[in-house]
Write a protein that binds this ligand. Structure first.
Ligand code: GLA
Length: 397
């Protein structure tokens, strides 16, 4: 995969802005994708997640408009779109409207629903978060758009509020039933840190990555269409399990309470619940291990998470299992697991930094030999969350 870095993306969106709209852009918004280190399928159970924002992001070069219109151009999709801020209401939305601009429209709709008065803008969008790989390119687009709206409309930027509204945009406007993790980490990421998010209170704690380690993203090159229906089915199973325990969400059941009554549950619900309940515990243990700088313990918890997602929650895939197994065999690998919703997309590994590049090369080669698919394997840095800055003049950049 051709990668473009931050400086070249900023330059490209700025130049395209000039060509399409005339004049230099006023601002650049940037919002990152994410990789989740541990805490999978826990967010919609009001539980704990530990993602980090990655050094791949969506960029928008933009300026305010005097009318209430938004005009957009996507450099990656080579498509333009426009919409009127006064004409956004859910019932009139076309069915199946999850084209890329729907994420921007949805953010405008959710902001207006929350009572914000918006101004229009025009902008050029591009990015290097691979689309559909499970690294949250949609949340990145939503948060970059939220930054653009907040800037031109002079709204205070409160990351958790913006994340909630972006999630609402995705749930209700785009029609995808995601939890809050992706939007929260894209809004609130901290350089060099993972972020513990309590998905009930939205309180966050920045947790330093263990010293001498690197986070490696392992994209299997597989994409699965079934993710959405399976995701909704898992959510329903988790809700049924919470009802069994008589609590609002599985977050409220600890491992002891689960074990005391596990025998009374049907087998499938028991396994689904066991994943979520033990995963919440693993996530909090991983935070403790990071504070002790115990990279080995973090890695073991990641391995445990993968086994639980594979066997109890059943959201892994053959490609993901192969990738994780290959990663685990390499020198310097501390732990590896699938990451994101599952069924395809990416795994993540925690690796000793001194061997990270060799690790990435060896895993890519071995995986390609094993499954005959080209993976993308790269070391990732923990980046900051969504931000906006005055656009550099094109001559300077
Ligand atoms: C997707 C969703 C998130 C989360 C993960 C699984 O990425 O968007 O909200 O539920 O799956 O942890």
């Amino acid at each position: 995969m051709a990668t473009r870095n931050s400086a070249s993306l900023t330059r490209q969106v700025s130049q395209a802005f000039q060509e399409i709209f005339g004049g230099t852009p006023c601002f650049i918004a940037r919002a990152p994708g994410r990789v989740n280190l541990i805490g999978e399928h826990t967010d919609y159970n009001d539980g704990f997640v530990l993602p980090m924002a990655i050094d791949r992001a969506v960029y928008i070069a933009f300026c305010a408009r005097q009318d209430g219109h938004v005009r957009l151009h996507s450099l990656d999709l080579k498509r333009s779109a426009k919409f009127d801020l006064d004409a956004l209401s859910l019932p009139e939305k076309e069915a199946g409207g999850n084209a890329w601009e729907a994420y921007v429209e949805g953010v405008a709709w959710a902001l207006q629903e929350a009572g914000y008065k918006l101004r229009g803008w025009q902008g050029v969008v591009s990015g290097n978060v691979p689309i559909g790989a499970g690294l949250s390119s949609s949340a990145a687009l939503e948060l970059a758009a939220a930054r653009a709206f907040a800037t031109v409309s002079e709204l205070a930027w409160e990351p958790a509020t913006m994340a909630r509204l972006a999630q609402r945009a995705e749930n209700e406007w785009v029609g995808v039933a995601c939890g809050i993790m992706d939007q929260m980490i894209s809004a609130s990421g901290q350089e060099g840190h993972a972020l513990l998010i309590d998905c009930r209170s939205l309180q966050t704690e920045a947790v330093p990555l263990p010293g001498g380690t690197s986070v490696v993203v392992l994209d299997t090159g597989t994409r699965r269409g079934l993710v959405e229906s399976a995701y909704n089915e898992r959510r329903a199973q988790c809700e049924a399990a919470a009802r069994f325990f008589g609590v609002p969400a599985l977050r409220d059941v600890d491992v002891d309470a689960f074990e005391a009554r596990a025998g009374e549950m049907d087998e499938l619900t028991r396994r689904r619940a066991r994943h979520v309940i033990t995963e919440n515990a693993r996530t909090l243990q991983a935070v403790q291990a990071m504070h002790r700088d115990d990279a080995r313990a973090v890695g073991q918890l990641m391995d445990g998470s993968h086994a639980s997602l594979r066997d109890d929650f059943e959201v892994s895939s053959e490609a993901l299992n192969t990738m994780v197994a290959i990663a685990g065999e390499q020198e310097g690998c501390l732990g590896a697991r699938m990451t994101g919703a599952g069924f395809g997309g990416c795994a993540v590994a925690l690796v000793e930094a001194r061997v990270a590049e060799t690790f990435a090369r060896n895993v890519a080669r071995t995986y390609q030999e094993a499954v005959n698919l080209e993976p993308a394997v790269y070391v990732s840095r923990a980046a900051a969350g969504a931000e906006v800055a005055p656009a550099p003049s094109i001559r300077d950049s």
